[in-house]
Design a binder for this molecule. Structure first.
Ligand code: SF4
Ligand code: SF4
Length: 332
């Protein structure tokens, strides 16, 4: 195995140095079981996770819980749901205690006087037509009004198979409202007709994602190695799935042999006691899982295997940088 220093020139080594010091320890929290939308393909509702536990209603218990999470070493709270903005007091319990990222559908504006620099990721599932079909409304019309020009918000654009060939218009719409965008792929958890990936579609979407990055480098937060890994499900000849996934809750991880995994990662339900299997849903078929965060974490936890060549290590650095930008550990 080669060493980092032997593989990198000065410029790459400097980039490596910045991320190597970060030591990110994330966990994921369901802030609520409720949402103001009901999207077809939402893993939370389709898998019944919204009924897995009764929500903790006592705010003081949330505050105590968050402090305990900090004490066990978590330094990045990723808030999901349901829709976290329905319970801003709970969001605030996290925000006041540790670096916090809030995933939202953007229909409610996070008040910036209360959460000045909290990173907000706004979900978007395509153009007006796809959003109507899958989410019941054109969410962009509202979310773009709520967050236009916000330096601490970006779109999390879930590309669906139907979007292939039509994504550039969306990127321009996002750029026009002064926001950035990260790309991920739909996992069709509810088997909606017409929204399945095929090998050809995945090949095409990879090329399209690469083109978007080349054409809109200041708007698209991504890298080509991530596009390769998420569209092929392959990394260094290995195949993504249950035996490789890094985003499994530590206490529920009985895999043998143990793959490289996120240290101390837990996905908590909103009763603050129940743990979900992983960062998405326990009913999802891992062989079709396209979760973007799980794929990028897969790369990140496997640094050692990227020490075979300079190109492999540079790929690893780019994915790590992308993650660090998305969660505000380094600037855009
Ligand atoms: S907005 Fe998010 S949490 Fe709500 S239904 Fe849609 S995917 Fe699920
Ligand atoms: S569903 Fe996806 S995120 Fe969950 S364990 Fe399987 S591969 Fe990992």
């Amino acid at each position: 195995m080669k060493t980092v220093s032997s593989l990198l020139d000065t410029a790459w080594h400097e980039r490596y140095r910045k991320i190597a010091a970060l030591n990110i320890r994330s966990s994921i929290y369901d802030v609520t079981n409720r949402c103001n939308l009901r999207c077809k393909g939402c893993f939370f509702f389709s898998s019944g996770e919204h009924e897995a536990a009764a929500e903790e209603m006592d705010l003081e218990k949330w505050r105590t819980f968050v402090q305990k999470e900090k004490d066990r070493g978590v330094n990045l709270a990723i808030l999901i749901g349901g829709e976290p903005t329905l319970y801003l007091d709970r969001v605030e319990a996290f925000f006041r205690t540790m670096p916090t990222y809030c995933a939202t559908n953007g229909q409610i504006r996070v008040p910036r006087d209360r959460f000045p620099d909290m990173m907000v990721g706004i979900s978007l599932w395509g153009d007006e037509e796809d959003e109507e079909a899958l989410r019941g409304k054109d969410t962009f019309a509202v979310s773009s009004r709520n967050y236009a020009g916000d330096p601490n918000a970006y779109y999390l654009y879930t590309i669906t198979p139907k979007q292939v060939g039509r994504t550039e218009r969306i990127i321009r719409k996002i750029e026009d409202v002064g926001l950035k965008v990260h790309l991920q792929l739909l996992t069709n958890d509810e088997q909606v007709d017409g929204f399945f990936w095929t090998k050809d579609k995945l090949k095409d979407v990879r090329a399209e994602m690469d083109d978007l990055l080349d054409s809109y480098p200041r708007t698209v937060i991504s890298c080509k190695y991530y596009h390769e890994v998420i569209t092929t499900g392959k990394m260094l000849g290995r195949t993504f799935g249950w035996s490789e996934c890094p985003s499994v809750t530590e206490q529920l991880d009985d895999r043998n042999p143990q793959p490289k995994r996120l240290i101390r990662f837990i996905r908590w339900a909103s009763d603050l006691q129940t743990r979900h299997r992983c960062c998405t849903s326990a009913t999802r078929d891992c062989s079709t899982c396209k979760d973007g965060a799980a794929h990028m974490s897969w790369v990140m936890v496997n640094k050692r295997d990227h020490l075979a060549s300079a190109k492999d290590l540079q790929n690893w650095i780019e994915v790590y940088e992308m993650f660090a930008k998305l969660y505000r550990f380094i600037p855009w």
